[in-house]
Design a binder for this molecule. Sequence first.
Ligand code: PLP
Length: 395
Amino acid sequence: MEKTKIVYLDHAATTPMSNEVYMDMIEACGNIYGNSHSLYGVGRDAEKALSEARAKIAKAIGAEASEIYFTSGGTESDNWAIKGIARANRTKGNHIITSAVEHPAVLESCKALEKEGFRVTYVPVDDKGVIKYAELIKSISPDTILISIMSANNEVGTIQPIRAIAELAKANNIVFHTDAVQAVGAIDFDVKEMSIDAMSISAHKLYGPKGIGALYVRKGVRIEKFMNGGEQESNKRAGTVNVPAAVGFGKAIEIAVRDLEENNKHLRSIRRYFLKKISEAIHNISLNGHPTQRLANNASISFEGVEGESVLMMLDREGIYVSTGSACASGSLAPSHVLIAMGLDAEVAHSTIRFTFGKSTTKEDIDYVVERVRRVVKKLRSISAIRIYKNKVEL
Ligand SMILES: Cc1ncc(COP(=O)(O)O)c(C=O)c1O
């Protein structure tokens, strides 16, 4: 029987681990078994490997090694940054500013803080997903202690004006955190030059391992300890660090920064090709996100008259892996908060598919995918109650 071709187009969800990372991790798993906090030989070996990984992460974003703390991933980094900075600065004020399109790791952390008595402003975005800067300025008050705005959005790929926001925060003596989980490896970062006070990173979005990330915290920024226990990570984040994963993370970020230009060039070319092919093949589609201020790997497309979940399931049968703009919450399918914040109506939001390309995506993959998406959308539109009701979508 002919084997189904697999085309993975969900690189914003996670990336396959690169071979170089894998080889370094295998070596670390085999040879570096000590606890990095132990004072004898194998412990010192582990501590050395950890320091090297920390130095690589620091170098990649223009930070000092002592400003990098290992965490379990982007979610923990966001939780720690937001809760830790807010709680440590509470005597100065209790107001936090974030945006309506943040990842749940940020939004839910803010909601948790609201229950502790903090006041949170969720700044709206325009129809391209860019934060409304004038509204951000208006929302600043004397009791604002933290601004947290993501560098690039995970659903539509829009890049925020991070430099301007960081400068604004600095001018108002407010701590600025950015969730850069989707942006590191796609955008050049120099946290010092960009006035970023805290930044969340995750290894598995960079062809590194899952379950490890980092929080950069600028020296001098007040942040509460997040995990209680031992004195690891300069007594700021307790728990034995996963050394092989840290080694893989260090390698992955080193490669991501080294190959940034080349990857972006490849992704731009793939994206252009995909958009041309898909708009030739299928009518009544719309592209979400900013046309230029954007990640090169993301194409979020709404297919009028079909349900994204049905497209996803039918593509899955063809070996094509994509994601929808919907978040599955407690058994009910809620439309994406990002697309709704950008002004899409719930029906259009539900018809959205996110395609995110990667290093290994080829034009042949795109030809294969576009043809199958065309067939799937045609089929679904032909049986769509919405289409019959509206009687307007061309097949
Ligand atoms: C923007 C953003 N922030 C945070 C996270 C959470 O990262 P992790 O999966 O490492 O916990 C993700 C993952 O999808 C993300 O896209």
